[in-house]
Write a protein that binds this ligand. Structure first.
Ligand code: ZN
Length: 360
């Protein structure tokens, strides 16, 4: 018997399900999101011609610019249409997908009712996140007044009672948004997550700052606060080129490392990377496949996760993007080309997420 009354099960927006029913799982996506809420990423451009592009709705005529300035177009930061979300998610279901983890949490537009409707419309299991995204100008004042216990009780409430009055429960703590250097409220949220993990039996997903020291500091904070690092996921390991040594140190500490930007083919905006002290080098899909192959060769097969982190319009098929089915449709066949076995693919896409999401 574990900590959670639902130990041994996975908590979806429709209720608890058997881990065996998850199937192919995308552990880090956003079906609905508002990325402007923290006030961290979108910045009004200086140049007049760029300002026009920054405020146009995403469309075929400006997609060439949006793809290279993904954080600089305001409309690109929003996924607000639940009917479009259901249509896009169903592309994953139609290719054999079973479960999507929606890592949208407090501060970026989490919507339990819409997730429930999307789950029912598509036939997919949807696991909802909880906790808090990056702290920024628009969130700081409220969070300054909260202490670690306040943050923890909010997380535990979402896991055990449900979000607000909906009674719809979260199934994972995350994605906990961190920037570099780590802000005081972000540190409090990490410590709260460790406490909440001990009370809920859930895993934790962290979005680290864009610096090699960031994920290592985060696991240090989590460990000191009592987190079980074997149930911690470090997201975005394929964004801004974390050093091999950093990834190995996370793996040796017992964490999952997540390659969750599949579909991004080697381009990341320099402005966003440099703001946190890192170069923007980002692998393409083949680079990801080779990096994961290397880590598997070193014995870390059971600690790697794969997803797309879809959270902007340009990533949806309706806007010329790759969509939620990209990994099963385009990447898995490529993995076979690079020598992956069926058993390795199943471990990455079914078994690892299953272990992650099963409450203990
Ligand atoms: Zn995310």
């Amino acid at each position: 018997m574990g900590i959670s009354p639902n130990a041994g099960y996975v908590q979806t927006v429709q209720g608890i399900v058997s881990p065996e029913s998850l199937g192919i799982t995308l552990p880090h996506e956003h079906l609905l999101i508002d990325q402007t809420v923290g006030g961290v990423y979108f910045v009004e451009p200086e140049g007049a011609s760029d300002r026009i592009l920054a405020h146009q709705p995403v469309c075929l005529e400006n997609l060439w610019w949006v793809r290279r300035h993904m954080k600089d177009n305001y409309d690109n930061q929003f996924l607000l249409d639940e009917h479009l979300a259901a249509r896009e998610a169903s592309l994953f279901y139609l290719r054999g997908g079973g479960t999507i983890v929606d890592q949208t949490n407090i501060g970026i537009g989490r919507d339990p009712g819409a997730l429930l409707r999307i789950s029912r419309a598509t036939g997919l299991n949807i696991v909802m996140g909880c906790g808090f995204y990056v702290d920024g100008p628009s969130t700081q004042e409220e969070r300054d007044s909260m202490d670690v216990e306040d943050f923890a009780s909010r997380i535990v409430q979402d896991m055990t009672v449900g979000v607000d009055q909906t009674r719809i429960k979260s199934g994972i703590i995350g994605e906990l948004g961190c920037t570099w250097p780590l802000k005081p409220n972000e540190k409090k949220v990490l410590e709260a997550a460790a406490l909440a993990q001990q009370q809920s039996g859930a895993s934790i997903n962290v979005h680290p700052g864009r610096n090699d020291e960031a994920p290592l500091e985060i696991i240090d904070v989590l460990q000191r606060a009592g987190a079980d690092l074997s149930r911690v996921v470090m997201s975005h390991m394929d964004r801004c080129g974390y050093a091999l040594d950093t990834r190995l140190r996370l793996l040796d500490a017992g964490c999952f490392v997540e390659y969750d930007l599949f579909g991004f083919e080697g381009y990341y905006p320099a402005r966003v990377a440099l703001a946190e002290g890192h170069l923007p080098d980002t692998p393409n899909d083949v680079g990801r496949i080779k990096e994961m192959r290397d880590l598997i060769g070193r014995g870390y097969l059971t600690q790697i996760l794969m997803s797309h982190d879809i959270g902007m319009k340009m990533q949806l098929t309706a806007y010329g993007g790759w969509g939620y089915a990209h990994i099963v449709r385009d990447v898995v066949p490529l993995m076979y080309v690079y020598g992956y076995s069926q058993q390795e693919v199943d471990t990455l896409m079914i078994e690892n997420p299953k272990r992650l999401l099963t409450l203990v």
